[in-house]
Design a protein around this ligand. Structure first.
Ligand SMILES: Cc1cc2nc3c(=O)[nH]c(=O)nc-3n(C[C@H](O)[C@H](O)[C@H](O)COP(=O)(O)OP(=O)(O)OC[C@H]3O[C@@H](n4cnc5c(N)ncnc54)[C@H](O)[C@@H]3O)c2cc1C
Length: 601
């Protein structure tokens, strides 16, 4: 059975040393997050995930969810009890607003915990994860009455939440939604239609499920401009907050899927279910985007989480499994063979994984800090800057983070050789679970187009210019330091590749938008590579400061510097190759007609 230990040492390093969270102590919510509190939350959170959630990950995968004839669904054995413990310990309340029963701590802590939950048990983590997304949408767009009615119970995890966008004929193109919302005399709406692929759509882990549903009112425009958002509880909620009648929404079936078997992916049939408008009519997509942006960061963390747990198990295996001899001569001559850890090709995979997971963790936690700063920073200028940067990088965290997370999980499976393909070792589950993160919350192709088609151009390119400026400043500062200078010089070249790719888009994409579509994936990867490099530069700086101050944990900080060098050596050059691909445009890609794709016998 695979094992999991929360990487709390690294998380504490990033939060306390790289981000220096305590330096924000004067901002609201941050005052409570002293280093002591942060460390305690991280250590206890890590323990909870390793001891309670990880042991039911593999059994949950094997058993899956069960739908009964009456449409009810039971989660795998142990999930309900684990969720009871999760709720009682208040883990879901960490970064939620105090006004509705949350602890009001910075999102940095919430994100750190989310990684541990997802590594320990991604399918389980989606129940509270989707609830958090629904909470963000209600917080931003719900009426005061809706907030008071639903938020306290959702934040305490007595109730969970879902997001209902997808229908059988439309996923990416939500303008085609057919679910109807008929206004009723009492101010509610009757919701009718079929939603598919709804994660955590039905289960036995909470007393109520609050569905956020996209639907169209009569006469609404037949496009994304005609979509409205509704809150539709599984059980109606009485005036006094108690649970009332069963609403007209049932689970018609659960999907048989490749992974995340412990999470119920449901077809939900709405048959005149009572719902209430959230925000304004026809502005539902914008409201849902609030939820999706929160969720996209969460999905990026899933990419990291599966890479991390797969990496931990691959390291243990590589140290234990003996095959062949080191190229430089036997490492352990008294044994029949050396551990596979000695082989450079195995080390390549492990180092790629180490450099990605630590870099990605830094990026996710930095991203969480920007979410906090976008609301809480002292000046309007700082709030705007944080908002711009996290808006720009959300598709990168989601798209690059999950593409790479999946690749790393697969490589970690490779370290196991044939045993990686055998279910009992657990590596296959990590690969299968990681795969979905590239698909849902907007496929990664859609993330790339969001980045290149929308975010790059927004406000005349202000966000990407702000990104170039902050990264450029860190590079310039690091160049003045003997140890950091080689890293900074490598980063300067990679940043130059991204700037050139941006310029190429500016000069070529207007005349032929297919050039943008053809290069968007590559651009997203270039930006992912550069951004993780930037995080490595910042980690190297923090590590060097600790070494200069005379730490007694030298090995940890020296490993950071070596891994930073590896990242610059082995990841950054890909930015140049990707840029060259991008600059070939779309001509050869789009030249062939349909008939050329037909298979000739
Ligand atoms: C396990 C699972 C859980 C899910 N959970 C939820 C949930 O909780 N709630 C929910 O509402 N949905 C959920 N989904 C649905 C998911 O978000 C969609 O499957 C996803 O957004 C893609 O939509 P689609 O499957 O219809 O693919 P399509 O939209 O048909 O896309 C097919 C392919 O075409 C590409 N494509 C489509 N349009 C464009 C374009 N304009 N430009 C470039 N490429 C394009 C896509 O990238 C993709 O490769 C879930 C799906 C799964 C499998």
């Amino acid at each position: 059975m695979p094992s999991y230990t929360a990487p709390t040492r690294d998380t504490r390093f990033i939060i306390n040393e790289m981000l220096d969270l305590e330096s924000y102590a004067e901002l609201p919510g941050f005052e409570a997050a002293s280093a002591d509190v942060t460390d305690a939350v991280i250590n206890e959170g890590g323990k909870f995930c390793a001891e309670v959630l990880a042991p039911i990950n593999q059994s949950g995968d094997q058993e899956g969810c069960t739908r009964h004839e009456d449409g009810s669904v039971t989660a795998p054995k142990g999930f309900k009890e684990a969720f009871d413990q999760f709720r009682e310990a208040g883990w879901g309340t960490l970064s939620q607003p105090e006004e509705f029963g949350g602890q009001g701590m910075p999102h940095v802590l919430g994100f750190a915990f989310e990684e541990f939950v997802s590594s320990a048990n991604q399918a389980f983590g989606m129940y509270p994860g989707l609830t958090n997304g629904a909470v963000s949408a209600l917080l931003a767009k719900g009426s005061q009455e809706q907030k008071e009615k639903y938020l306290p119970k959702m934040i305490s995890n007595e109730w969970t939440g879902t997001m209902n966008l997808t229908e059988p004929h439309c996923g990416t193109d939500l303008g085609m939604i057919r679910t109807k919302a008929e206004p009723q005399a009492d101010g509610s709406y009757a919701i009718t239609g079929t939603k598919i692929f709804i994660s955590a759509g039905e289960h036995d882990m909470a007393d109520n499920i609050i569905h956020l549903v996209l639907a169209k009112t009569p006469g609404a425009p037949d496009s994304t401009k005609g979509i409205s958002l509704f809150v539709v509880p599984k059980f109606l909620v009485e005036e006094d907050g108690s649970i009332g009648e069963r609403n007209g929404v049932v689970c018609g079936s659960i999907e048989h899927k490749m992974g995340i078997h412990g999470n119920a992916t449901c077809v939900l049939n709405y048959d005149g279910a009572k719902g209430w408008l959230v925000g304004e009519e026809n502005k539902g997509l914008a409201a849902m985007f609030i939820m999706m942006n929160a969720a996209r960061l969460g999905v990026g963390i899933q990419g990291l989480s599966q890479a991390e747990v797969a990496y931990q198990n691959a390291v243990a295996y590589a140290l234990d499994r003996r095959q062949g001899r080191a190229l430089t001569g036997p490492a352990e001559p008294e044994q029949q063979a050396d551990p596979i850890f000695v082989h450079p090709d195995v080390r390549r995979m492990l180092m790629d994984a180490k450099a990605f997971t630590e870099g990605m963790r830094a990026l996710c936690l930095w991203g969480a800090l920007q979410v906090d700063l976008s609301h809480k920073a002292a000046t309007e200028e700082e709030r705007e800057q944080a908002d711009m940067l996290i808006g720009l990088l959300t598709p990168v965290i989601k798209g690059y983070g999950t593409d790479k997370g999946y690749e790393v999980a697969t490589n970690m499976q490779q370290v196991f050789g044939g045993h990686g393909y055998i279910e009992e070792w657990g590596m296959s589950q990590f690969v299968r679970d990681a795969r979905i993160a590239q698909i849902y919350e907007g496929t990664n192709g859609v993330q790339a187009m969001d980045l290149c088609g929308r975010k790059l151009a927004q406000k005349g390119g202000a966000a990407v210019q702000a990104f170039f400026k902050v990264v450029g400043e860190d590079i310039a500062e690091a160049k003045g330091d003997e140890t950091l200078a080689p890293l900074a010089e490598a980063m300067e070249k990679a940043l130059g590749q991204q700037q050139a790719a941006t310029m190429w888009f500016m000069q070529n994409a207007m005349q032929n938008p297919n050039h943008l579509g053809a290069g968007a994936h590559h651009y997203m990867h270039i930006m992912g590579i550069v951004t993780l490099g930037w995080m490595w530069l910042r980690m190297a700086k923090a590590a060097q400061a600790a070494l200069a101050a005379g730490t007694d944990d030298k090995a940890f900080y020296e490993a950071k510097l070596t891994t930073a060098r590896y990242y610059m050596d082995r990841y950054l050059p890909d930015a140049g190759a990707l840029r060259r691909k991008l600059e070939t445009g779309s001509d050869s890609m789009m030249a062939l007609g349909e008939e050329a794709f037909a298979t000739a016998a």
